[in-house]
Design a protein around this ligand. Sequence first.
Ligand code: SF4
Ligand code: SF4
Length: 512
Amino acid sequence: MDTTAHVHDSPSRTPPVIDWPAPERVCIPLRQHQGKAAAVIVTIGQAVNQGQLLTHSDNLFEVPVHASISGIVDTITAQQITLRQTPNGDAQTGSITRQSQQPQGTTITTLYNGWSRSEYLQRIHNAGLVGLGGSCYPVAAKINKLGDKPADTLLINAAECDPSICCDEALLNHSIDEIAMGICLAQHATQAKKTIIGIESDKSALGQLLLTSVLNCCAQQFAAHTELQVVPASYPNGAESLLMSHCVGRTLTPTDIHESQLITFNINTCYSLSQALILGNPCTHRIATIIDSQHNRFNLRLPLGTPISDLIAYYEQRRDCTIVVGGEMMGTEVGLDAVVTKASNCIQLKYVKTQPTVRPCVRCSLCVDACPVSLKPQLLLSAASTANYTNLQTLNLQNCIECTCCDRACPSHIPLAGIFAKSKEQMRQDTHARQMANLAKARYEKRQARLENSKQREFKKLDKKQSNLNQPEKAGQQAKRKLVEEALQRARDKKKNQPPANNNTSPADGQS
Ligand code: SF4
Ligand code: SF4
């Protein structure tokens, strides 16, 4: 593989963005988002170009995936599609567009204000856009959640959540105008009444530049309500609910945000919005921070589906390393066959270190003091160990942002955040199963009621029929009785009018 990297200049000490060359082979997972996979629309042996749709669905929660390299479809499974470059294939590495694509003398308003919300949704969905801050929530479904109403607040998350990740800052350094245009498009798509750019204090100068760039290209009605909010640079202030709480000045849980007209986009998502809607480039690459075993950091623009073993081969001398996807605070270990997905904001290459022994909870409450969203991890742990979903719900497990602050405070080395993440998934599945069971029960009861109603209707019909049948019989009987009575009356009348019989007639008369 040609490992020639394309390095962009970096005005700060943040590692610059490097275009990773197109790999010989990519394995593109069909599901890289929250939701089901879309239907595969290619066949084995088919030649595909970079950016071509591999799956399709009209459901906004079934986000399509695209070819991240040009090549041939090698294998298709229920989980992934493998593409390989052809020997003479036109491998494209893609590049970060450094200059604004905005045509001279025009604004985003004049170009894109004519689109209806459904047009935005369709284009965003077809480009395979998901939240690139790590959540992977389908962008079109997120906007669709607003209904026909405008968003009360559009929060642009420019605060890197995990201190070890710096891909957002690198993107701000290199593509601030593209991010700004993405923000303007998000304003149009959501019709936001207010836009807040939230950034940590150590990047406030970049935040100011971003605000200026947004004000230069956004519409008048949005410009008047766009502002920058600087939050303290401390973990986990970049988490959506905490940043939103800081910016709107009241405490909000993830559930509060989900159920309101508040909406958040990460700056990486805004960048992909401008790439998709202005240039027509679907989501085929993502920028990720790579941390090697020597703690060196690199920001790479990687084709989706790149095997992480390629990165290990390039950056490490040994192959037996452990891969952690996510930052130092929230990363999770994955297998050596893992590939780059839309969720891979950070990839750490580490050598196995001895895990500390996990001991039982000593009820010291240090985890309670450490929790930034005021949960009680100690009680959550006890409810999770007995799979008591009712208690977990009462203790607001759903508001856990999996920041691992409690893990780090725990003297017993209990992997609390991991346990809570699993419990949340189980709770979701349990709620879903209960909803399905309730739906099935409601359907059964409706059917029973329908059957009962139709039975009653049948009975009524039969009754009516019976009474109708009885009706002519009665009438016939009455008529008969009337006829008989008339006949009897005639007989009586006849008898009455008959002359009396002559009793004096002699038998001799008859004999004569
Ligand atoms: S992971 Fe722990 S500290 Fe972080 S929000 Fe959840 S319970 Fe609180
Ligand atoms: S910090 Fe650990 S040991 Fe202490 S109460 Fe929390 S879970 Fe238990």
